[in-house]
Design a protein around this ligand. Structure first.
Ligand SMILES: [Zn+2]
Length: 408
């Protein structure tokens, strides 16, 4: 699906799909709310009657609501403002990681409700589904006072066939060809479930976010650093999936063929050098083993603790972060050489140390990129406080209503 840029689009003409025009109107209301019908017709450069008709449909379907009256216009009439109907639904977003899973409840336009909760990730798929069911219902009851929701978006640290809901390979969880969708649909009867690879979901949410500039967002790479390392690639406004949903798996491209063993079965993958577990292992002076993600010292002492120590003058902690920074940059250089994106986004707890590690990352990128232009590719940070992976999970549920379907 393609993102509609609210600052640069053309309204589909007579004869083209009505669905596209509806989605453009929805996108415009979300980007400009509160917005009047007159504003919409001006913004979209189309006549009032056209807008009135489209808005009526959206009101009938309760996708949009009318809100408080605005100031009087010159003719003395008060326009009624339109809003996306965020009271219409509640969404549950889940970020599954090897160590812990995180869960956030939002309204239908992705605004967070209540606190984020976390719980240990069960590695047995059946136990995973029932524990998620229990946690989600508990969160919904406590946070929103309800027991079911309209959609659940789940991001997985592994390759996912989004259509069939099969986790093709999630090395960190030990899942191979696990059908997660059917058991989840039984657990959450009547609820829409969306599954996606975490890196891909982050990339989707980045381009779908209306807070961005709106331009230059068509070719981006999102690198999500957590227990592992996920990469999502958007080319020409569309997510790269490949024939078997594994496109973008740079996390499992080796930096060194003699490097530490990776959960995927080979040695020296980029993520064995850059993941939070790699950084913590380096600090504790042990070999990274992504084969055992739940090492006790690692789960009790977090990357945030390590960053705090580095800031407090712990030279070993700073050295561990700087090594990660160098490896992050070296791997990024390969991604930039191969993809030539307009922007690279980095998400994950490591971004909280960006002021400490940025020079090292940029030097490594410059050192290994093929041209000066590639070496100057903007690298942008998505702060951990924005929870990009959970935002990605939310976007799986909320964004399709705003995205233009493919036009043949
Ligand atoms: Zn690997």
């Amino acid at each position: 699906m393609r993102r509609i840029n609210p600052k640069d689009f053309t309204l589909a003409k007579r004869g083209t799909s009505r669905e596209i025009n509806r989605q453009i109107v929805l996108t415009m209301i979300r980007a400009h709310q509160p917005v009047s019908r007159a504003d919409l017709s001006r913004l979209m450069n189309t006549n009032r009657a056209n807008i009135t008709l489209l808005v009526k449909e959206l009101l009938d379907e309760k996708l949009v609501r009318e809100g408080s009256q605005g100031n009087q216009n010159i003719r003395g009439r008060k326009p009624t403002f339109l809003y996306i109907n965020s009271h219409n639904g509640v969404v549950v977003a889940v970020d599954v990681r090897a160590s812990r899973s995180f869960l956030m409840v939002t309204d239908s336009i992705g605004k967070q409700i209540g606190e984020i909760v976390s719980f240990p990730t069960k590695f047995d798929p059946d136990e995973f589904v029932s524990s998620l069911g229990w946690q989600a219902r508990k969160a919904l009851r406590e946070i929103a006072g309800i027991t079911s929701c309209d959609g659940i978006g789940i991001v997985i640290p592994g390759m996912v066939d989004r259509k069939s809901g099969i986790v093709i390979n999630a090395p960190a969880l030990g899942w191979k060809n696990v059908d997660l969708l059917n058991p989840l649909q039984k657990e959450f009867e009547g609820t829409e479930i969306h599954l996606e690879n975490s890196g891909k979901a982050c990339a989707l949410s980045q381009v779908w976010s209306t807070q961005g500039e709106g331009t230059g967002q068509n070719d981006i790479v999102f690198v999500s650093v957590s227990d592992g390392l996920g990469v999502g690639i958007i080319i020409n406004g569309e997510l790269m999936r490949g024939k078997h949903n594994t496109a973008g798996e740079f996390g499992h491209v080796p930096l060194s063929i003699d490097g530490p063993p990776c959960s995927c079965g080979i040695n020296g993958c980029w993520e064995t050098y850059v993941s939070n577990i790699a950084t913590l292992s380096r600090y504790f002076g042990r070999t990274t083993s992504l084969k055992q993600p739940q090492i006790m010292e690692v789960s009790q002492f977090t990357i945030e603790d390590l960053i705090a120590r580095a800031r407090g003058g712990d030279g070993k902690a700073l050295a561990a972060l700087n090594s990660t920074a160098r490896y992050l940059g070296l791997g990024l250089a390969s991604v930039i050489n191969a993809i030539d994106p307009s922007d690279v986004y980095i998400g994950g707890e490591i971004t909280e140390a960006w002021d400490l590690i940025e020079p090292e990352v940029r030097d490594a990128v410059k050192e290994r990129t093929l041209t000066n232009e590639l070496g100057a590719t903007p690298i942008r940070i998505v702060p951990a406080t924005e929870h990009p992976r959970l935002r990605g999970a939310v976007a799986l549920v909320t964004a399709p209503a705003f995205a233009a379907p493919k036009v043949a």
